[in-house]
Design a protein around this ligand. Sequence first.
Ligand SMILES: [Zn+2]
Length: 343
Amino acid sequence: MRIRDGFEVYWREPGASQVGLDPRCAVLLEDLTEGEQQVLEALGRDVDRAALLTLANAHSVRTAEVDVLLERLRVAGVLLEESTVAGDPDARYWQVAAAAGIEPPGSRLDRVIQICGVDQLGLRIAVILAQAGIGSVLLQDRSRVRPEDVGAGLFRPGDVGVNRAEVGRAVLRAAAPKVGVSVPARTRPDLVVVVDHGVVDPVPLRVLMREDVAHLPVLVRELDVVVGPLVRPGLGVCLRCVDLYRCESDPRWPAVATQAATRPPSGVETSLGWSGAALAAGQILAVLDGRPAAVEGAEMALTAWDPIPVVRHWQVHPECGCAPAALGVSPDTPPQTAKGGHR
Ligand SMILES: [Zn+2]
C-alpha cells in the first residue's frame, strides 16, 4: 500500500502532517504521535502491511492506531491499497482530482473525434486530444500547408505545400503513437470540430445538422479565437441561429459573410494559437467525459491580451427551426439577450 500517486506527505510540525498541497484535495492530520508521523512518511512509498507494522512497532505505535490512521487516509481517498505502477501524468491528475470530488473520466479509447480544418490551431487541438488518450483523431483538410501554418507550431518549413491532413497525421502519430488516425467507413464521430477563419463555412454544417452529428466551431477572427457554441442538433442552439441573430443586428451581414468565407486565412497570433487550442481541447474533453462544458449554448472568445475568455450565451432563434423543443422549454429567457453578437 502507499499514498496515491500525485500526492506527497509533508511534515508540518510535531504532531501534524499533511498529504497533498491543494486545499481541495489535501488531507490535514493532527494529533499524531511522532511514531504515527513516521508511519505516514513510510506510506509515501510502496510498503506492505507487515513492514508498516514493524516500523510502527519500532516507534511504539500499536496496530489499532495504524489501522485508524489508514482508515482516515482511505476515507479521504488518498490511500492506494495495492502498489501500482505509476500512471502517466494525466491519469495521476484525475486520481488526485477524484480526491477533490471530481468524477474522473472513463476510458477515452473508443472515442472518435474529427477535426475539419487542420491549420496550426486545428493540429494543436488534435495533438492535445491524441495525447489525452482519445482513441481516434481524424483529420480532414484538402488544402496544403501554408507558410503561416509554420511557426511556433507543429508544421515545419519543409511541410509547406504538402497536404495538411497528411502532414498532420504524421505529427499525430509521432506525438501519440497509439492514436488511430483512420476508422472504418461510416463510423460516426462523437464530435466534429470545425476550425475556420473569418466566418464558419455553413455548407459542411448543414451536413452535420442533417446527419445529427454534434459539432463545435473554433473560429479564428481578426482579434480573437472563438470556441463554441457546442451544437447538439435538435437539442439547442445551432450556428444558423447565431447567424440569424447577427443578421438582425447587421442586415448587410450576409453580403459581408459571403465575402469573408472566400478570403484566405490569415494565421493566428502565436500565444492565442496555443491558448485557443488548449481552451478548445479542454472543452472537447469535458463534453466527451460528461463534465459540464462552458460551450453548452455559449461561445468563449479569447484574445491575446486577456487571459479570461469572454463568454456569450446563445439561444435557439425562433425563426431557425432547428430545435423547436428547445424554444418551448426556455420561455423565461427571451432570445433578445443574445442580440448584438459579433460573430
Ligand atoms: Zn438553429
